[in-house]
Design a protein around this ligand. Structure first.
Ligand SMILES: Nc1ncnc2c1ncn2[C@@H]1O[C@H](COP(=O)(O)OP(=O)(O)OP(=O)(O)O)[C@@H](O)[C@H]1O
Ligand SMILES: [Mg+2]
Length: 265
């Protein structure tokens, strides 16, 4: 059965991807264990288990309303997990308030590119750098302008007047300004033209390959996300139903039927 095949792939991948962690005697960088979260009495996450190892790109795919953004927000403490445990870099963050989680070395670019629309590109990036005290600002500004040359051209333009793709680049660059160990992206491809999606995904791939940046990406665009990711998880109505390497999930008939037909590639 395909699900079993997928699980075997997971074990193999874990063995490979997690080797450095295991040798160093460390667990995953991010670990979500048995997490449930609620909106009032509605259980939006059901016993979710997800691991992200140092150096990996991990994708979470699922339909509208599956609970993907809720998981990302729960990792950031809003809503808090009512059951289960979330650890980051060995620290239990399950009950930490959001502002304390934001001070750790994980950064998110939330759904809907929430940039500061009245601030310029440079000011938005300054806000991102402020999380770690604004150290390395000039150097990191240069890095972001090299990663996304469009930002250099628009450096003094107000965020709110930029195009959707430019705003997405800015949202990701702002998150990166804090030099996170883990970058969490919620739907970076939403509403963007295929060429812009390609640019953004290739920037993420480069950061991972060159700098070893660990990435957890939430996407409805399953094809691109699974192509990019080392491993992926599928979420259906708040529960993880499948996991495996990006390629194994791309090849899986159930994933194909549910998320790839009429493909977005
Ligand atoms: N603040 C909230 N209050 C009550 N219910 C909520 C709230 N936010 C989300 N939900 C519900 O929780 C469920 C999961 O929503 P969530 O936004 O996590 O889905 P998603 O997988 O990110 O979907 P999409 O792909 O559309 O972004 C949905 O049924 C949604 O209506
Ligand atoms: Mg969402």
């Amino acid at each position: 059965m395909s699900v079993a095949g997928i699980n075997v792939m997971v074990d193999e991948t874990r063995a490979r991807m997690g080797q450095a962690d295991i040798q160093a005697g460390q667990g995953p960088l991010l670990s979500v264990r048995g997490v449930s979260a609620y909106y009032g009495s509605i259980r939006a996450l059901k016993n979710v288990d997800i691991d992200v190892h140092e150096g990996e790109i991990v994708a979470l795919i699922g339909a509208n309303g599956a609970g993907k953004s809720t998981l990302m927000m729960t990792i950031f403490g809003q809503p808090q997990a009512r059951e289960g445990t979330i650890t980051f870099a060995g620290q239990d963050i399950t009950k930490l308030p959001t502002h304390e989680i934001a001070r750790l070395n994980l950064a998110q670019s939330p759904e809907g590119r929430r940039i500061f629309s009245r601030m310029t590109v440079r000011e938005n990036l300054q806000m991102g750098a402020a999380v770690n005290g604004g150290k390395h600002f000039a150097e990191d500004l240069e890095r972001m302008c090299t990663l996304f040359p469009r930002l250099r051209e628009r450096i003094d333009q107000r965020g709110g007047t930029m195009s959707g793709g430019e705003q997405q680049m800015l949202a990701i660059a702002r998150a990166l300004m804090s030099r996170p160990r883990l970058l969490m992206l919620d739907e970076p491809s939403l509403g963007l033209a295929p060429l812009v999606v390609k640019q953004i995904f290739s920037a993420v791939r480069d950061l991972n390959a060159r700098e070893g940046l660990t990435v957890f990406i939430v996407e409805q665009n399953a094809y691109h996300a699974l192509k990019l990711a080392h491993r992926g998880y599928v979420m259906v109505t708040g529960a993880v139903t499948m996991s495996g390497t990006g390629q194994a999930l791309l090849d899986d008939p159930q994933v194909k039927a549910a998320y790839l037909e009429g493909g977005s590639h």
